[in-house]
Design a protein around this ligand. Structure first.
Ligand code: ATP
Ligand code: MN
Ligand code: MN
Length: 309
């Protein structure tokens, strides 16, 4: 695991060329019969999952949730380079703002883990082009107490609606309470859309869902409007908005991962809590259900026209 030319310091772990300090630091404490997860295990996970994560994260601005003392300690978002930031991270220029932090390779991902970066939240933009969206995320946020089977039904309904518009939606767990339904869109000159159009599209589809099934869906942010419904959070799709990256761990109890699924897996009885760092090695041995994500990009422009947006 050492990189030629880099000498591991005594007693330190080197992963993908990055020296890991305090590799035994517990980031997720032991709980519910599951062992603790250390920083060494986190960086090994990033190394193992890099091939899958990078196509969705590389060269976009990314907000990192850092928890250097683990999930029970202080957590904070890092969006910009900070003093002492690892040189393996890259800076992404964003107009009117300080450059964002970004990552281009496995060493960068491991460097994020080394600094206690537990969650990756990229913009939904094209690599090296923060002004151009290349996906639309529907963030399904169930009211507390809703059954997960209701979230599954809701995701399938959103899928059907999107497919009816000629789009190819993908689905992932969040490592939390809901699901994300994500549509890849073309970002080339002939098909690119603006952030406002991307958000307007997400909002319109969400409103269509709410009008068709007002008992199931709400599009109102206020928690009290949720009463037993699923909030379709279309706000993930504006400029500077983020969604948790596919295969990102979550800095929450249970060490869940935002895990891509095939639609076949999204059926009654699916347990989103089964996708965790504890089982990551076995989970990653299975085929990637998002391997055709980019190949499935659609042109959003005719869809906007059809929806009169
Ligand atoms: P869950 O399934 O539990 O809802 P989630 O990742 O979808 O998990 P949300 O609270 O719905 O969590 O947030 C959706 C996305 O919005 C997050 O993945 C994150 O990228 C972004 N987000 C949420 N809250 C913040 C915040 N305070 N600051 C920046 N980004 C945020
Ligand atoms: Mn959510
Ligand atoms: Mn949300």
């Amino acid at each position: 695991l050492t990189v030629p030319g880099e000498k591991p310091r005594k007693g330190k772990l080197v992963v993908s060329g990055v020296t890991i300090s305090n590799p035994d630091k517990v980031l997720w404490p032991a709980a519910d019969g599951k062992p603790a997860i250390t920083k060494a295990e986190l960086v090994r996970y990033y190394e193992m999952a890099a091939e899958r994560i990078l196509p969705h994260v590389a060269d976009r601005p990314v907000s990192i949730i850092r928890a250097p003392e683990g999930i029970t300690g202080e957590k904070f978002f890092q969006r910009h380079a900070m003093p002492g930031s690892n040189p393996r991270l890259k800076l992404i220029d964003v107009k009117e703002r300080k450059p964002y932090v970004g990552v281009s390779d496995v060493g960068g991902l491991v460097a994020i883990g080394q600094s206690g970066g537990l969650e990756l939240h990229p913009w939904g933009c094209k690599p090296d082009d923060p002004e151009t969206p290349e996906q639309v995320t529907f963030d399904l946020d169930p009211d507390e107490g809703l059954d997960f089977d209701d979230v599954i039904d809701a995701a399938k309904m959103v899928r059907r609606e999107l497919e009816g518009l000629g789009l190819t939606p993908f689905v992932k767990t969040t490592g939390g309470k809901g699901l994300h339904v994500v549509v890849p869109i073309r970002a080339d000159a002939k098909a690119r859309v603006e952030w406002d159009q991307c958000k307007a599209f997400a909002k319109e589809v969400s409103e269509i869902m709410r009008r068709a099934h007002p008992d199931r869906f709400t599009t109102t942010l206020a928690k009290k409007a949720r009463g037993g419904k699923i909030f379709l959070d279309y706000l993930r799709n504006g400029r500077m908005a983020t969604a948790v990256a596919p295969w990102s761990p979550r800095a929450r109890p249970g060490a869940g991962i935002a895990f891509p699924l095939s639609w076949g897996q999204v059926r009654k009885g699916l347990d989103p809590k089964a996708y965790t760092l504890h089982d990551a090695a076995a989970l990653l041995r299975k085929a990637d259900p998002w391997k055709d994500f980019r190949a499935a990009e659609a042109n959003l422009r005719p869809v906007l026209k059809k929806l009169e947006l």
